[in-house]
Design a protein around this ligand. Structure first.
Ligand SMILES: Nc1ncnc2c1ncn2[C@@H]1O[C@H](COP(=O)(O)OP(=O)(O)OP(=O)(O)O)[C@@H](O)[C@H]1O
Length: 365
């Protein structure tokens, strides 16, 4: 971890008109058994023409209330976990549509990045490569075996992804479940990564005032649309211009989240308010700036809105591992052995194997 390899070619990630839908089937009528009744197909729009840019060697924080579409946006940008969602839009790296090659240049730390709780940190990382930090501590299993802390787990997830030195890193909710100081140290770590050439996109559900003060560029999502994108100071100016002035001594991010929240019982009014704010943003100078930044990146003379729509969900998913199946098999075998050795019931399992083997030998004789 002391070594800080620089990324040789920093990358700017930009996206335009990302739209995601899902077809839902609803029964028209309710019945006791629900059989043979006509069904109604409805389309739910999850992301609606989302456009933005994460500049090379910078940290972009995507904030928004629960269900606003943050994770879906990251999934689209990495073409992962889309399942039955229909996604379209345009994704560019340094102004070029690189399609499936995005896998090779990006790392995605997901919200529930899964660790094998029975391994030590060293073994876990050696599974990918090797690393030194807290190397002999067991990672742990929540409620079963105490291991490294939540903050350390999050940093380990980054460290694992960083081993392959991806120029673009996407992190989903890296600060969730952490106290304010641990959350700040995670954001500080992400900012440091930008100094080494990484371009970082991270979602943050509801940043504390300390975390919010550390963010330079923010993208605020609301009900599947972009409510604002730009600097923190410009966000305050934009919302003030719409008569949403944050009271003094109030956390700005809380104020913005409350302004854009869908309040239970007032769904229609809340959605109408969000619609107005998002439309105002699309007509603002801030959105013009974003569009011209993307346009500057584009290598051709084609203007963004007429760039060919890329059917994201049709891309084939490549194996994320860059080694042959034989190496993968050996590594999995090694991991299973270690798991067995570290497992709490190792002695029981071992005795069972010995007894069973002896029993089988006797029965053959
Ligand atoms: N596969 C799916 N099928 C149906 N609805 C979906 C699907 N994926 C996402 N959604 C809906 O899309 C909306 C956005 O979800 P998403 O997970 O992107 O929100 P989020 O902003 O990341 O929320 P959180 O902060 O709670 O993680 C939610 O209303 C969610 O229920």
């Amino acid at each position: 971890m002391n070594q800080k390899p620089r990324i040789r070619e920093p990358k700017t990630l930009s996206w335009a008109n990302i739209t995601v839908n899902i077809e839902l089937t609803e029964r028209k009528f309710q019945s006791l058994f629900g059989i043979g009744l006509p069904e109604k197909e409805t389309t739910k729009i999850i992301l609606n023409k989302v456009t933005g840019i994460a500049k090379a060697q910078s940290l972009l924080a995507i904030i928004g209330s629960s269900g606003s579409g943050k994770t879906t946006l990251l999934n689209c940008l990495t073409n992962r976990n889309l399942g039955s969602l229909k996604a379209e839009g345009c994704i560019l790296v340094n102004g070029e549509n690189i399609g499936e090659d995005l896998y090779t240049i990006s790392g995605y730390v997901q919200q529930d990045d899964i660790f094998n709780g029975a391994l030590t940190v060293r073994e876990h990382l050696w599974f990918n490569m090797s690393l030194k930090k807290c190397e002999h501590t067991i990672i742990g299993l929540p409620g079963i075996r105490k291991g490294i802390s939540g903050g350390e787990k999050k940093r380990l997830a980054f460290a694992e992804k960083l081993l392959t030195k991806p120029p673009i890193m996407l992190c989903d909710e890296p600060t969730s479940g952490l106290d304010s100081s641990a959350a700040c140290s995670v954001i500080e770590a992400l900012r440091n990564m930008t100094n080494n050439g990484h371009t970082i996109l991270t979602t943050i559900h509801q940043p504390s005032s300390e975390v919010f003060a550390m963010l330079d560029e923010i993208l605020i999502m609301a009900n599947g649309r972009v409510a604002f994108m730009g600097s923190r100071n410009d966000a305050t100016k934009f919302f003030c211009g719409l008569n949403y002035q944050c009271p003094q001594n109030y956390n700005t991010s809380d104020f913005l989240m409350n302004t854009l929240a869908i309040i239970p019982g007032e769904e229609e009014e809340s959605k109408a308010k969000i619609l107005k704010i998002c439309n105002s943003f699309e007509e603002s100078i801030y959105f013009e700036t974003i569009k011209s930044q993307i346009q500057k990146e584009v290598k051709s003379t084609i203007v963004i809105p007429v760039l060919e729509m890329q059917q994201l969900s049709k891309l084939t998913v490549h194996s994320k591992y860059q080694v042959s199946w034989w190496i993968q098999f050996q590594m999995c075998l090694w991991r299973s052995q270690i798991e067995l050795m570290h497992g709490q019931l190792f002695h029981v399992k071992f005795m069972y194997l010995v007894v069973r083997s002896r029993f089988e030998i006797y029965s053959i004789q």
